[in-house]
Design a protein around this ligand. Structure first.
Ligand code: ATP
Length: 258
């Protein structure tokens, strides 16, 4: 694997408070380039809060987050995708009447360079960009094995396909880091296996580093290079899937015993 120990994302002592609640309390960990890192923890542990800090949707009160050694505080929310951080959300937000290819193209529009007037007048530069975007979306369709439904409206597809379309939409802008927020939610057994293979392919064939929030333990443990466990806003364990799975604090957090 390339750059096995190069740190892409560094989270240092990050704290987020909502009134009296400490959603994150001094959390630190690294995401190394070329890895799949799983972020686990019981409900309310702070996983989504951390994702929202990485997307600059939430402000953090203490600590620092660096991406490619650049502090995220310097980057406005709309600059996150340009920096190379892509994400999917817990709830799908696809355009149901638009086709698979069109939905994936939507993810690339933040990267197009032509301006409002050029778009309105459909200048040649706009048409070239549109053609490039379509070609890239079609490449993504092949990567995600969606060829047979490429021109079908997304709303009529089974949930597992829709999830893959969402992945395509996040991947078309060529992120260096992909944040996946509970991608397995609502999937059946077969779709789950398929998702696991796809995430591994995203790492190995597209060279995209992945940070994965997921409740589905067997998925996280089977594909992650490293797992970080949170509970009540604090990091309670970090290590290989086997180390984290057998960590007494992790077992305690999940079983709710003292
Ligand atoms: P789940 O697995 O259920 O999605 P989670 O690990 O993602 O949980 P968070 O959603 O990050 O946990 O929540 C951490 C804590 O912060 C919880 O106590 C939650 O109620 C609180 N919290 C999160 N967002 C907000 C907000 N916008 N306002 C107030 N409290 C919040």
């Amino acid at each position: 694997m390339n750059g096995a120990h190069e740190v892409l994302l560094s989270v240092r002592g990050v704290s987020v408070r909502f009134g009296g609640i400490r959603a994150l309390d001094g959390v630190s960990f690294d995401v190394e380039k070329g890895k799949i890192v799983g972020l686990i923890g019981p409900n309310g542990a702070g996983k989504t809060t951390l994702f929202n800090c990485l997307s600059r949707l939430y402000e953090f009160q203490d600590g620092e987050i660096r991406f490619e050694n650049r502090s995220l505080v310097e980057v406005p929310r709309h600059g996150i995708a340009d920096l190379g951080i892509g994400r999917t959300f817990q709830n799908l937000a696809l355009f149901r009447t638009m086709s698979v290819v069109e939905n994936i193209m939507v993810g690339g529009h933040c990267r197009t360079r032509t301006g409002y007037v050029a778009n309105m007048l459909r200048l040649p530069s706009v048409q070239t960009e549109e053609a490039k975007l379509r070609a890239k979306a079609e490449e993504m369709v092949r990567f995600l094995r969606l060829e047979s439904v490429a021109h079908v409206p997304v709303g009529s597809l089974p949930f597992g396909y829709q999830k893959r379309v969402e992945l395509g939409r996040a991947l078309i802008s060529d992120p260096k880091l992909l944040l996946l927020d509970e991608p397995a939610a609502g999937l059946n057994h077969e779709e789950l296996d398929d998702l696991g293979r796809t995430i591994v392919d995203i790492r190995d064939r597209l060279n995209v580093t992945v940070l994965l929030v997921e409740h589905h333990m067997s998925l996280v443990m089977s594909i992650s290079d490293k797992v970080v466990a949170l509970d009540f806003g604090q990091k309670i364990a970090e290590g290989t899937p086997a180390e984290v799975q057998n960590h007494p604090d992790v077992i305690r957090a999940y079983l709710g015993t003292n």
